[in-house]
Design a protein around this ligand. Structure first.
Ligand SMILES: C[S@@+](CC[C@H](N)C(=O)[O-])C[C@H]1O[C@@H](n2cnc3c(N)ncnc32)[C@H](O)[C@@H]1O
Length: 366
């Protein structure tokens, strides 16, 4: 059983823990900044393919006291980097956190980089190059309370990069945060969903991916696929998991609707939704819209009953009084509507629905 650490944005750790348990992972414990779990490399790859909330999945390689730069360097030199990183591959070090003596993440990263280079030169006779933008092996150095932990990231690019986002808008949510919101509110794709202020469509896309049981990481390359230790057995296992995920996609899920009033946002959402290949309805809406309705009346209401009818109209009035800026037109079949609805109409017009005298009531909501 290898211990792993999946990172998550602050506040979403327990949701990630829930998600990882639901994926069948063992030893799941949430903590600050992420969730521990234990298992084989295949379990960690499954987390990379299926977690919607995790940002990274880390394989910890060492943890040691690092009161100063020398201790950090010495601890990092001891790590068997050569198992995953050889001189033909590139790497990058990202440092997180600080201690009293190591207050600058840039300096911390540099120290670890030096140790990695020296270790490889010593043991393999050549050094690997650094590639800050697109490294084969991503090393994460985490400092806290005078201790350092060094890990490598199985995910590669952070997991919120699902591959469907072509367009951004202002204040775009991270995919992982949108997924956490959906999990927190219990939206599991079995009921319709609407995001009335969708921006670039993040929430809607994530909701539709959930509804289709679509593994969010299935299309992307994982970091581990570029490690020296990624052998034929792991390759076959990952291929099997991807095939299984593709076969498990559900069609015909309940509708997902994404609306926004801004045409730019709508364009962005359309581009993203198209790229994701999901059946999401994207609509530009004027916030001050019309609601035009002919509610049931009299004997048409299921179960009948004047009282029940009045309660229903009252509930509509309560719900719709919040539709600020809207105009509501109601064709009321009887006199009980207006008093039960409880709002004051701007105008009334009698209309005949065949032999029945109705009233068209128009409400302008401030
Ligand atoms: C914070 S952004 C949403 C970002 C989105 N979650 C994403 O990830 O891209 C808020 C959005 O609300 C839209 N908006 C603001 N007022 C609105 C209104 N009254 N009706 C519909 N959309 C509105 C804006 O156009 C903007 O796209």
């Amino acid at each position: 059983m290898i211990p792993f650490f999946a990172t998550a944005s602050a506040g979403t750790e327990d949701l990630l823990a829930d998600e990882l348990r639901a994926l069948g992972l063992r030893g799941v414990r949430s903590g600050r900044g992420g969730v521990r779990f234990a298992g084989g490399i295949a379990d960690a790859m499954r987390a990379c393919l299926w977690s919607r909330i995790a940002m990274r999945v880390l394989l910890p390689l060492a943890e040691f006291p690092a009161a100063n730069a020398e201790a950090l360097y010495a601890g990092a030199l001891d790590v068997r980097w050569e198992e995953h990183l050889d001189p033909t591959r590139t790497f990058a070090v990202e440092a997180v956190g600080r201690t009293e003596a190591l207050g600058h993440t840039h300096f911390t990263a540099l120290k670890v980089k030096d140790a990695v280079v020296d270790a490889l030169r010593e043991r393999r006779g050549a050094r690997p190059n650094v590639d800050a933008d697109d490294p084969d092996v991503r090393i994460v150095a985490h400092l806290a309370g005078d201790r350092a932990s060094l890990s490598i990231d199985l995910a590669g690019e952070p997991l919120f990069k699902r591959g469907w986002r072509l367009a951004q808008t202002e204040a775009t949510l991270k995919e992982t945060l949108a997924a956490a919101m959906l999990r927190a509110c219990g939206s599991d794709g079995t009921r319709p969903l609407i995001d009335p202020m969708c921006g670039s469509g993040t929430i809607a896309v994530e909701a539709a991916l959930i509804a289709q049981n679509h593994a969010p990481g299935v299309h992307r390359k994982l970091g581990i696929e570029r490690w020296a230790s990624f052998d034929e057995t792991l390759r076959a296992e990952l291929r099997r998991m991807r095939d299984e995920a593709r076969r498990g996609v559900r069609r015909g899920a309940p509708p997902v609707i994404a609306r926004d009033r801004d045409p730019e946002a709508i364009r962005a959402a359309q581009v993203n939704v198209k790229r994701a290949g999901l059946p999401i309805t994207v609509q530009q809406v004027d916030p001050a819209g019309f609601v035009v309705v002919n509610p049931p009346w009299g004997r048409r209401l299921d179960g009948g009953g004047r009282r029940q009818l009045k309660t229903f109209f009252w509930q509509l009035g309560q719900a719709w009084r919040g539709l600020h800026g809207h105009r509501i037109a109601v064709l009321a079949g009887g006199p009980e509507f207006e008093s039960a609805f409880g709002l004051r109409p701007a105008s009334r017009r009698p209309l005949w629905n065949g032999p029945v005298r109705c009233m068209l009531l128009i409400y302008d909501l401030d």
